[in-house]
Design a protein around this ligand. Sequence first.
Ligand code: CP
Ligand code: NVA
Length: 305
Amino acid sequence: MKRDILSVLDMKEDFEDLIGLSLKLKRSRYEEVSSAKNRVLAMIFEKPSTRTRVSFESAMRQIGGHSLYLNPNDMQLGRGETISDTAKVLSRMVDVIAYRAFEHTKMMELARNATIPVINALDDSEHPVQMLADFMTLYEKFGNLKGLNLTYVGDGNNVANSLLYASALTGVNIRVATPEGYEPKKEYVSKATELASRYGSSVEILNDPLKAAKGADAVYTDVWISMGEENQRQEKEKLFIKYQVNEKLMAQASDRAVFLHCLPAHRNLEVTPGVIDGVRSVVFDEAENRLHTEKALLVRLLSLQ
Ligand code: CP
Ligand code: NVA
């Protein structure tokens, strides 16, 4: 059976279960898994990547499979072959596809035309696989998820959208603070609010970063300029400086608060060196957990095939 992971909501039924599997696989790092043996993962990356690429590649290798890194410019895709033909061809040759795309519409088109699972490795709408690593890290630090208070400060982007969904699904109370006009889109906020009320947590969207950080158990930020937005650098950097995660902002958070960032990070822009390199930062655990969570996801999808 083909199962696509295009949004956090595609893991609605088993998000926490996947974290449990990731914790187990973290303890048996080099153990092969029979469902992965000789299976092949194709990874199409329209944008750069360090963590997503390396974690998927290492994960697939460690569980006994193989992976292919495909740059669209080296494929016929770059010369006008359609996404749908590409999906159909790859479906005849490999077992699962991870796709990092500029546009979510292309992600959906690939998934619609592939007969094998498609994993969203980031697009303009969400970054679902990042969430497994983030919430696994929170679970490791606190021993539970339900009832935690997570504050995201910065741009209402793909990562913020996925954080809204993942928080709502796990009973984490989420506050998002962005400059005016950069809030996450209404569709994500209302869906997350609806889910949060079902799972017993809250969603708040604010413009005041200090207020948002008050009492937080975890403070999360991401780049202000996402890949593909380089032409917005000047206006955004000026506007977002008030949303920097610095020592003053962290002082608002709870005594046990941790700092998260999906990385790559820009020191002295969205976060100060004192915070990201300080004792509360768990960003490298978070990065490592990309490996264990990617592995869990691959095992889960391949065992259905
Ligand atoms: N966090 C993340 O997805 O990093 P990469 O862009 O390096 O894959
Ligand atoms: N919001 C960032 C995340 C990078 C992992 C981007 O889309 O570039």
